[in-house]
Design a protein. Structure first.
Lengths: 367, 160, 605
């Protein structure tokens, strides 16, 4: 009798934020092999971008990663600015930093809810999704949309901040810091959480480096790598922050790293608001988007997303439309190189929680 | 002691372009790619950020690039090589960089590039029942494809 | 962060959640409660259909192809005759719209906005497309901003000679764009083509600007020659109605279309490689009377159609008003030679110094040629029956300008009065200013203009008025000439003028009235009358002239192909044109007549 059997997880599954399928082979309830099956969400953005003017892609790029769209806008804008040799105004740098960090906060709060959900604690999921909504309202105030902001564009940002926006952000930060105490109380300091996550889905330091992990996975394994520190963009070079690291590389450590980063992000926003020039231009003068060309060249622009290194490789042939844009999402590597290996030997009950712990974002795989 | 940039400059048969302090382009022949990648990994470039293809249709070539990163030196090295569009074959890099395995699956499907040594290439990855030419190639016209395969719906309605 | 605390874990801490049992939930109970929407919200569109000009830039920038330009008449009638506008308005398909608001950013008039409203439901999938309009009553959200905009609102600065430098000679005062400036200016063009409606010749403006942007000046001039055989001249002296229509006018500076044209033509030494290809010879012969812009335009196009063309010109130089009227500092001779030379190089024969009626009989032309094109223009000055006008030092502007431009006249008296407030009067005044500078170093000299019109309705263009003021011309607006005052020796002492009450009467007709008691004398010893020109048909035999029909405004009547009431005789240029009578209109109806003559010669009529 055949002892093993195949199980399909997805394409719609609460453990995966997006349409993505996972084929796992089980013996009893232990995973023998796991294979990711992408394509359910493929929108051919890379191809579509080649046929549009640089500015028109503003409508496409935020959709590459839904929970955290601003990293795409920033990396795309940085790539275009790099090719054109445009230096963005100082105030725009700070605004970008604030927006990117706020997006990270929104992403981590949602992620915390996802993790709690896969572990069976739906209370936190409700809370954190609700608290993320307040961040989305803040985005809506400056750019007019809650999810697809299309706010950071080549040259700077699309509009100056609205009067009093900084104060709303600061009061949101105060509110969230208070809420985090309760998050900790009911979830992160909960012994159940510790028992469910300690020693699960371990990625050791050697493995993390060998497999090309980035972001929280690498930090949880003990490597202090962060694009914000190593190749500072926006206004990160003016901010004081440290990169948290832990050593175990298990699901628990990754959750802690993210919790830690969430707090760091809140502090960084406070710092940035304090240091930001109070007035000044927020967008450089750019050429007519219907005619303006970008000089020929190739460049790679990267930012630190909530999941790791997020990059745009951009090739221009000197016309008004990009010749090729290749997107590097952290989840691509994390899913196929890491998750497929790490899942082997897990219990079925831990599969979805492992995927959340590695923060697999299918839109980054199916671009 | 020799700096890592100097070491990169000494790579065999490579054309080095230093775009800026922490971004170096290394252009090599197709046959030297794997050797170059291996040398770079030994130097400390452990992370393959992205491997993908640019279709240089005017030159009749595919440009294959590997964006590498070193945690130690904080430098991005971009290795580039070119293969003929008519007979695009490259050697797999997944023994050096495990993450190359999936990137290669993707480029073999999207560009029709044959990757020798990667047993998963050729198996359906993202596309299902694809019968046209590989879609990311420049000569694939996505607008034409969609107009042939889908009905364009033009909304006529004007009634609030 | 203290990791230790987390590592310990606790059974009791989760009980902290119990306190939320007694807290107010933060959910909004829609629809009983409404959540306030951000001021910049990007919701469904709003469009002011009256302000919108249907340029289609929103459609061009839309990344999702959600916008189509459609006739709005079934939802709300619009003014379809609006100047500088297309009679279409954007229709948005909300099945495609991504609410990026790029259309709002790119809207040149500012008519398009996003609203705060995003909620719309219908069971009919086709209902999600409509022409947005203000009548839908949506509250504005995201609007455009002139500070941060993808449009390049500011035009390139054009360099010109300083007033004290340019006064010293007849050197061309506008220096022209450098290559870099021209490309930057060309980059601003959105390619919407609204300007083409304003141009009487409907030149392919977006195409030739694109070619300039691409650095392909030959291709650019090729596009120009299709509708305008004198692009370099028009690049200097055109009334540029295209620029008045340019969509940038609403939020910034219009594109310098005219100077871009000049830039492209200046880059080519000749037009040999870009001329329209000639068709095989038809053996038909056409006579063109008058070598002005209209005659040259007709001759060029007829030649490309394979007919052989002869131009009869009474002056020593072809070009009509361009050659004799427009001062050198605006249009240098070499530019005339270049473009007229190009027309000659196509095989057009130009007979100079040949006056119809004297040297050649009009009837003979009718017999000898298969068709005749009348483009004699308004080449005689119009007198105003001023008392004392017969004095030799009272001259007509058209004669004065011709003497200076092509007959080499350089003498002038010290105190000159110019009657008129149009562009020709400005040309005269500025020419006089130069002559006085050359002759007397501007010491103790004056040049004054007298015009019926006050500043606000002065017909001269603002640039010309400003230029004249900079060069020291004194204006006397709203004064009407009464009589020439002579001294005891019979020399002119000055011009008596009286204050103007109004120029136009209640019916907006030209009917000046004066305050007879308010008079003054403007002192001067030389008077140039510049109040208009007229035609002279004395060369046409009486019985034939009687057959020639005129419009109520005393212009020659022509049909849509430029044919007059006499078969085989076509007319164009200022004797037909009722608008401003500029070179580009003449060029346009020359082209029209060429098509008409071609049809006539092929017996299509």
């Amino acid at each position: 009798m055949n002892k093993s059997y195949e199980l399909f997880i997805g394409p719609n599954h609460p453990g995966i934020p997006g349409n993505f399928s996972l084929k796992i082979e089980l013996e009893g309830d232990t995973v023998v092999s796991a294979k990711g099956d992408p394509g359910y969400l493929h929108r051919a953005f890379e191809k579509a971008m080649e046929g549009r003017y640089y500015i028109q892609n503003l409508a496409l790029i935020p959709r590459i990663c839904v929970p955290e769209p601003d990293i795409n806008e920033a990396a795309y804008a940085m790539a275009v600015e790099d090719l054109m040799g445009v230096e963005i105004p100082e105030r725009a740098k700070y605004i970008r930093t604030i927006v990117l960090e706020l997006a990270r906060v929104a992403n981590y709060t949602m992620w915390l809810g996802g993790l709690a959900g896969t572990l069976g604690l739906y209370t936190l999921a409700q809370w954190s999704i609700g608290d993320r909504d307040y961040a989305l309202d803040l985005f809506s105030d400056i750019c007019g949309a809650r999810v697809y902001h299309m706010y950071i564009w080549p040259g700077g940002v699309r509009r100056d901040l609205t009067p009093g926006w900084e104060d709303s952000v600061l009061s949101y930060i105060r509110y969230l810091k208070n809420r985090l105490i309760d998050y900790d109380n009911i979830f992160l300091k909960n012994v159940m959480f510790k028992y469910r996550t300690k020693g699960i889905a371990v990625v050791t330091k050697e493995q993390a480096i060998e497999w090309g992990a980035t972001g929280p996975i690498l930090k949880a394994a003990g490597v202090a790598q962060d694009v914000r520190k190593d190749d500072p963009y926006a206004a990160y070079e003016y901010l004081d922050f440290e990169i948290p690291t832990l050593t175990d590389g298990d699901s628990w450590s990754r959750a802690m790293i993210r919790r830690w980063e969430l707090e760091n992000s809140l502090n960084m926003i406070e710092q940035a608001i304090k240091k930001m020039p109070k007035k000044g231009p927020v967008c450089a003068k750019m050429p007519n988007p219907l005619k303006g060309y970008v000089p020929e060249g190739e460049t790679y622009a990267k930012v630190e997303s909530a999941r790791g290194e997020h990059g745009f490789y951009m090739v221009s042939d000197g016309t008004g439309k990009p010749y090729r844009v290749a997107v590097r999402g952290a989840s691509h590597t994390h899913m196929f190189t890491i998750a497929e290996k790490v899942l082997v030997g897990q219990r079925l009950a831990d599969v979805s929680h492992t995927l959340v712990s590695l923060d697999i974002c299918p839109p980054e795989i199916d671009r | 002691m020799m700096g890592v940039v100097d070491k990169i400059k000494e790579l065999d048969g490579a054309k080095i372009t230093i775009q800026r302090e922490n971004r170096i382009f290394v252009d090599v022949d197709k046959d030297r790619v794997i050797g170059t990648l291996y040398s770079l990994k030994l130097m400390g470039f452990h992370q393959l950020s992205v491997q993908n293809v640019v279709d240089r249709i005017k030159d009749g070539k595919f440009e294959i690039f590997y964006v590498l990163y070193s945690h130690e030196y904080k430098i991005n090295v971009i290795v580039r090589t070119w293969v003929d569009r008519d007979n695009p074959v490259i050697e797999t890099a997944d023994k050096i960089y495990p993450s190359a395995h999936t990137w290669e699956r993707e480029i073999s499907e999207m560009f029709g590039i044959k990757v020798e040594g990667n047993e998963d290439c050729g198996k359906p990855f993202i596309l299902e029942n694809w019968k046209d030419i590989p879609p990311m190639r420049k000569d694939f016209d996505s607008v034409k494809y969609s107009s042939e395969h889908f009905v364009f719906r033009h909304s006529e309605g004007e009634n609030e | 962060m203290n990791i230790k605390e987390y590592e310990k874990g606790s059974f009791l801490k989760p009980l902290a959640s119990v306190k939320y049992l007694f807290k107010k939930p933060h959910t909004v109970r829609y629809p009983q409660e409404e959540k306030p929407v951000a001021d910049r919200y990007r919701g469904l569109h709003i469009n002011d259909l009256d302000k919108c000009i249907g340029c289609g830039n929103c459609r061009d920038i839309c990344p999702c192809a959600a916008i189509s330009m459609e006739d709005p008449s079934n939802v709300r009638p619009i003014d379809i005759n609006k100047k500088g506008a297309n009679p279409v308005r954007p229709k948005v398909d909300y099945g495609r719209c991504s609410f990026c608001a790029l259309c709002v950013e790119m809207c040149p008039t500012g008519s398009l906005k996003m609203s705060k409203d995003l909620i719309y439901t219908s069971p009919d999938a086709d209902a999600f497309a409509w022409i947005p309009r203000e009548e839908q009553g949506r509250e504005p959200g995201f609007v455009q901003d002139n500070e941060i905009t993808p449009l390049m609102l500011e035009a390139e600065e054009m360099e010109e000679l300083e007033p004290d430098v340019r006064k010293k000679s007849f050197e061309e005062m506008i220096l022209g764009f450098s290559e870099e400036q021209a490309r930057r200016e060309a980059m601003r063009c959105l390619g919407c083509g609204i300007c083409m409606q304003g141009c009487p010749a409907h030149m392919k403006i977006p195409e030739y600007i694109q070619a300039i942007f691409d650095g392909d000046n030959e291709k650019s001039v090729k596009y120009m020659l299709e509708d305008n055989v004198l692009p370099g001249i028009c690049g200097r002296i055109c009334t540029h109605r295209c620029q008045d229509d340019c969509v940038y006018q609403y939020r910034g500076d219009p594109i310098h279309i005219m100077w871009l044209k000049r830039f492209a033509t200046d880059q080519l030494e000749d037009y040999k490689s870009v001329n329209i290809e000639k068709m095989p010879s038809t053996g038909k012969r056409v006579a063109v009377i008058g070598g002005g812009p209209s005659g040259l335009s007709a001759a060029y196009h007829l030649t490309t159609m394979g007919h052989s063309v002869t131009i009869y010109e009474q002056r020593s130089r072809a070009g009509g008003a361009l050659a004799t009227g427009i001062p050198l500092y605006r249009l240098p001779i070499y530019e005339l030679d270049k473009e007229i030379g190009n027309i000659e190089s196509m095989g057009v024969e130009i007979k100079l110094n040949t006056k119809i009626g004297e040297d050649v009989k009009f009837e003979d032309l009718l017999n000898e040629y298969d068709a005749v094109y009348l483009a004699i223009g308004l080449s005689y000055g119009r007198s105003i029956n001023l008392k004392g006008e017969e004095h030799p030092n009272v001259v007509q502007a058209i004669d004065f300008l011709r003497q200076v431009k092509i007959e080499g006249r350089r003498d002038i008296t010290k105190h000159v009065i110019v009657i008129g407030g149009g562009n020709v009067a400005m040309d005269v005044a500025r020419t006089v200013a130069r002559l006085q500078e050359i002759n007397y170093g501007s010491k103790d000299t004056t040049v004054e203009t007298v015009s019926l019109e006050d500043w606000d309705i002065m017909p001269a263009s603002q640039e010309e008025i400003d230029g004249a003021l900079e060069e020291g011309v004194i204006f006397n607006p709203a004064w009407g000439p009464n009589q020439v005052i002579l001294d005891e020796n019979g020399n002119i002492k000055g011009l008596e003028v009286k204050k103007v009450k109004h120029v136009f009467d209640e019916n907006h007709r030209f009917n000046p009235a004066f305050y007879e008691d308010q008079k003054k004398i403007i002192y001067g010893d030389y008077i140039v009358e510049s109040v208009g020109q007229m035609y002279n048909f004395s060369f046409i035999p009486e019985e034939m002239l009687n057959k020639l029909e005129f419009t109520p405004r005393r212009k020659v009547w022509v049909d849509e192909y430029g044919e007059t009431s006499i078969p085989g005789v076509f007319a164009g240029g200022d004797i037909v044109e009722t608008s401003r009578g500029d070179a580009i209109s003449a060029i346009a109806n020359g082209h029209r007549a060429a098509i008409g003559i071609d049809r006539y010669l092929h017996g299509k009529k």
